[in-house]
Design a protein around this ligand. Structure first.
Ligand code: DGY
Length: 326
């Protein structure tokens, strides 16, 4: 449904605290209700927001499933997602309900790619283990065989999902670390001048990569893409990095593979059941666990908020929102 300009200022519920400049701009433009407590909305609060507002700025912590979107005629006509990933929103149900959904692609590409590279280095160079050792007060000083890691320079990086973020990671790996880059991407993609070799299958990529970095969206087709079988195809010195979505990895299978030394290490920023993390992962030394920080820079989160607002502004002006999904 196209945005019909309301005669009054549109009422917008913002489901989480956003950076100050974003909240300020939202208040200038809309009649805004912010979530002062910054606790994730309950189902009841989410339904109330959909019933009381013309639009929502929602985040990954809001589960907008079919029942939320269609179980009653909602007042809300647009959900502007604060984020590029939208697997928490049933977009087919939104379309059925006549609710427009937008996201924030592009503005968080560099930050997420930086974090993926950071995780790769942390795991390869055992930075988490080293920091824990030092903070424990048991570090006895330098020695030649302490915490020997993996050299990433010149190693092969396999990228699963060669969209914007995958490509940004590939460029950093090529130019910064002289890594050979291979990728698996089911749909055709324009790589410009990026020097990367295409793998015909995920298995081929897993078998030839020293580091595997996941950058595919969470869809029914990618759920548990990295399961016990996939992990069995990785080399025993290989490292898995996930900054995409937790569902893409079978966490129990990963924990078992890490515990058994089936692969060398993993770096995770996202989890199957956030904020829960599989307890077996928390007990392992060879995994670095970050709390979904991919886009978490001042600049990135501000740009995401401004992008979400731009989508609302366009919609309420009767124009096509720039980042419309449905
Ligand atoms: C994204 O943009 O998808 C981030 O993971 C936050 O949702």
């Amino acid at each position: 449904m196209a945005g019909t300009p309301p005669s009054r200022r549109p009422r917008v519920v913002v489901t989480r605290r956003l950076p100050d400049p974003v909240e300020r701009r939202a208040r200038e433009l809309f009649e805004v209700s912010c979530n002062a407590s910054d606790e994730p909305f309950s189902v009841v609060q989410l339904h109330a927001a959909l019933d009381s507002a013309d639009g929502l700025i929602a985040t990954v912590t809001d589960r907008l499933d079919r029942s939320a979107l269609t179980s009653a005629p909602r007042r809300a006509v647009i959900v502007a997602n604060f984020g590029v990933g939208f697997n928490h929103i049933d977009v087919a149900a939104a379309a059925d309900a006549g609710i427009v959904v937008t996201n924030t692609p592009g503005v968080l590409t560099d930050d997420t790619a930086d974090l993926a590279i950071g995780l790769m280095l942390m795991v390869a160079r055992r930075a988490g283990e080293g920091e824990r050792l030092l903070r424990s007060g048991t570090w006895t000083g330098w020695r030649p065989t302490q915490l020997l890691g993996t050299r990433v320079t010149g190693a092969t990086l396999g990228i699963v999902g060669m969209g914007r973020i995958g490509q940004a990671v590939a460029r950093r790996a090529r130019s910064g670390f002289g890594m050979r880059v291979v990728y698996y991407q089911p749909n055709p993609v324009d790589l410009g001048d990026l020097d990367a070799g295409e793998c015909a299958s995920l298995t081929e990529l897993l078998e030839c990569s020293d580091v595997v970095s996941l950058h595919c969206p969470a869809t029914p087709a990618t759920r548990h893409l990295i399961d016990a079988d996939a992990l069995a195809h990785m080399g025993d010195g290989a490292i898995l990095i996930n900054t995409s979505r937790g569902d893409v990895v079978d966490e129990a299978a990963l924990a078992a593979a890490l515990a058994a030394g089936r692969i060398r290490g993993a770096g995770l920023d996202v989890y199957e059941d956030e904020p829960q993390v599989h307890p077996a992962l928390c007990a392992l030394e060879n995994v670095v666990l970050l709390p979904h920080l991919g886009s978490a820079t001042d600049a990135g989160r501000t740009a995401m908020g401004m992008c979400a607002i731009d989508n609302l502004v366009a919609f309420f002006a009767g124009e096509e929102p720039p980042n419309r999904i449905v």
